[in-house]
Design a protein around this ligand. Sequence first.
Ligand SMILES: Nc1ccn([C@@H]2O[C@H](COP(=O)(O)OP(=O)(O)OP(=O)(O)O)[C@@H](O)[C@H]2O)c(=O)n1
Ligand SMILES: [Ca+2]
Length: 497
Amino acid sequence: MSAQREMKEKNPWHTPVTIIITVIGVIAIVALVTVGVLQNKPLLQKYKYGIVLDAGSSHTALYIYEWPAEKDNNTGRVEQIHSCKVKGPGISSYASTPLKAGESLRECMQEAEQRVPRKRHHETPLYLGATAGMRLLNMEDSAASNKVFQAVEEALQKFPFAFQGARILSGQEEGAFGWVTVNYLDDRLKQGLETTGALDLGGASTQISFVSDNYDGSESPDNSVTFRLYGNGYNLYTHSFLCYGKDQALRMTLAQQTLSGPRTIQDPCFHAGYNETKNYSVLYDSPCVSKRKPQSAPATFIHEGKGNFQQCQEIIKRVFNFTDCKFSQCSFNGVFQPLLQGPFGAFSAYYFVMNFLNLTDTSIPLETVRDKLSRYCATPWHQVVQQHPGVKVKYLAEYCFSGTYILTLLTEGYNFTSWSYPKIKFIKKIKGSDAGWTLGYMLNLTNMIPAEAPDSPPLPYTGYVSIVTLLAVLLFILFIVSLRPLWPRCSKQLQII
Ligand SMILES: Nc1ccn([C@@H]2O[C@H](COP(=O)(O)OP(=O)(O)OP(=O)(O)O)[C@@H](O)[C@H]2O)c(=O)n1
Ligand SMILES: [Ca+2]
C-alpha cells in the first residue's frame, strides 16, 4: 500500500505541472486544427443567375441557369434550374402584330422574377437570341423584323434583370453554341476528352457541328469555328442549313408536289385517310418556297395522305441537291463536310420525333428502323388518331413525314451509315439541362469558360483537413515523446508494483 502511494506521489504523470501541460497541449492542438479547418472552409455558397430566351421559329422558351458565385470559372457547375415554354407561336409569327410578340413573353418573365432571388435580379443578365424564324423574316421583310425586336426589347426592359439585348444568332453561332452546351454538360471540355458532335433540328433550320481530325478549317473556312477552352484548342466544323428545319422542309416537300398547282395531291408522307383543305398562299408564304409558287394555282388544294414510306423518301430526297460539290466532299447543296467523327448528340426535334416514334434506341439496325417507320406510315389516319388521343392532331399528322425526313437527312444528307448511325444518341437533356444553344451562348457571353485551365488549389478541401489533423496528431505524439526524460522513473516505479 505504502509503495503504491509512494509511486503515485513520484509518478510524473500525476504531478499537477504535467497534467496542466498535457491539458494545455491538447487544447492548443484542438484549437490549431479547428482554426485551420474553419479558416479554410469553402464559404457558404451564394448563387448567381443568368436567363436566356430562345426565340425559335416555332416557339420561344426561357431558361434560367444558376452557378455558385465563388466559382464562375469552373466547368460543370452551371445548371439549368428552370425552363418556361412561352404560349403561342415563335416571335417571327407576330410580324403583323409586333406588340403581341412582346406581350407573349410576359408570363414566363414573371415566372423568372419568382425563381431568381429578388436581391440578385439587378445583376442577372438576360439575353434573347432569335434563330431561323427571325432570319427568314429578316430576309423577307427587315422592317417587320426590326419592329418585332423593338417590341420584344421594350417588353423585356420592363423587368428588373440586366437586359443584354435581343439579336439574331448566325447559323454558325447556333451550331457552335449547341456543341459547347453538349460538351460542357458532359464535362468533356475541362477534361480534354474526345468531344461529342451536335445535331440540332429546329422548325426552320438544322445544324451539324463536330470536330474532325481531317478538318483544320482550310477547306471551306466558312464552316470553321475555333475555340480555346480550358487550355485545349478545338477546330470545330459547323453548318446551319436554313430551310432544312422540319417545318420548312415539309413546306419544300409539299411545294415539290404542287409545282403545277393541282387541286388535290396524294402525299405519301401523310397517312392514308388524312384529308385537309390547305391554302396555297399560306403554304408558299416563306422565302424557302416563295419563288416556286405556281403561277395559276387555285386558292386551295386538298392534301390527301397515302402513307408510303418509300415514296415519301423519294420526294424528300428531291429537296436536297446531291450533285453539285466543289469541295473534296459535301453533305448536300454543295456544302463542304469533312468525314463524320466521334459520337453525336441529336436534340430538339430529332428527339421529339424519334421519341414519339419509339426510335431513340440507335442500336436498332437502320434497316429495322426503316421497316418500323414504313409500318407506321402505312397505318391508316383514323387508327393513328385513335391510338394517340393525347397528342395534338397537327403534330400527329406530321410524324410520318418528320421521321422519314430525319432518316433521309441523317443518311443521305450527312452520310451516316449503318456503322455510324449507332453513334448518334437522341437526347433531350443532359444532367437536368436541356441540350440546345442557349447554355453555350450564355457561357460565352459571360466569359464563364476560360481559355486556359484555371489554377486550382494543390489539395482538395478534404485532403487539406486530413493533413492538418495528421500533423496535429504527430505534434501531440512528439510532445509526449519530449516528456521522455521523466519515463525511466515512471517505469521503474511500475516494476515495484
Ligand atoms: N413535342 C414536340 C414539340 C415540338 N415539335 C416540333 O419540333 C419542331 C422544332 O421545334 P424546335 O426545336 O423547338 O424548333 P425552333 O427552335 O422553334 O426552330 P428553329 O430552331 O428552327 O428556330 C417544330 O416543328 C415543332 O412543331 C414536335 O414535333 N413535338
Ligand atoms: Ca431551335
